[in-house]
Design a protein around this ligand. Structure first.
Ligand SMILES: [Zn+2]
Length: 257
């Protein structure tokens, strides 16, 4: 791959944009579950409440300069902040490299950011906030509006996996009296299905199940991770892979038959 200087600058800008947005994702991750206002209030230290100065808000870099501690009380700052920022920046660059410099890559980047927020919140609280699924739904509507000839595939995607999950939920309740899936997971796969289209959302669900089964089993063996599975992060990983590579994976698979 040969990048011209101009392209290299574009990718650096995409990375910077990604890490800056990543620090906003951290704000969402902490404030949505606590029902805090995430638009007007300034960021503050979780322990001493000290307002964070603008020059300490540089993504990734500030964490390194402050050596992971609050400027005032020296309380440790969660490593989650630079990880979310850095990950968001790297995934943005990756998305644009794979999918090209186009509007669809912007939409995929934004939906990926929502996946990151959902993954961390679901991991910690076992809940997927409704507003985040609405955000995916809105991005999906924009994406479908931009490719009007593919609306049937996307509308089918809305129910392809979510419908199956609802069915499992009903059967599970009738037979065993337990819920097979959480309502948040089902809404996620409905909104993300509208975004991805039916083929990719089915593939995403399969990838999510395989990843969840393997990783969660290992986690239960190695650590004493909960028996309760936060399914959101695995579904989001499956969705990310499938939205970027799904059509290639499906073509390759059926080409082998
Ligand atoms: Zn502090």
């Amino acid at each position: 791959m040969n990048l011209t200087a101009a392209e290299a600058i574009v990718y650096i800008l995409i990375f910077i944009y990604g890490i800056v947005l990543g620090s906003f994702l951290n704000v969402l991750i902490y404030r949505i579950p606590n029902k805090e206002n995430f638009t007007t209030e300034r960021s503050h230290c979780m322990k001493c409440g000290g307002k964070i100065k603008w020059y300490d808000l540089i993504p990734v870099l500030s964490y390194i300069i402050l050596r992971g501690r609050c400027r005032y009380c020296k309380e440790k700052i969660s490593v989650q902040y630079p990880i979310v920022e850095g990950l968001n920046g790297l995934l943005y660059v990756f998305i644009f490299l794979v999918n090209g410099l186009n509007i669809d890559s912007i939409l995929i980047s934004l939906v990926t950011s929502v996946f990151i927020v959902i993954s961390v919140i679901d991991w910690r609280t076992y809940e997927i906030p409704f507003g985040l699924n609405i955000a995916i739904f809105v991005l999906a509507v924009i994406r479908v509006a931009l490719k009007p000839d593919e609306w049937v595939s996307h509308l089918t995607g809305f129910v392809a996996v979510s419908g199956f999950m609802v069915l499992c939920l009903i059967i599970g309740r009738l037979i065993k009296g337990v819920d097979a899936f959480g309502g948040g997971d089902i809404k996620l796969m409905a909104a993300a299905g509208l975004f991805a289209g039916w083929k990719c959302v089915i593939l995403a669900f399969l990838i999510g199940c395989v990843l969840g089964a393997i990783i969660h089993t290992i986690r239960m063996k190695v650590t004493d991770a909960d028996r309760v599975l936060a399914f959101g992060p695995y579904l989001c990983a499956g969705l990310f892979i499938s939205i970027l590579f799904g059509n290639n994976i499906i073509d390759w698979y059926f080409g082998m038959l």
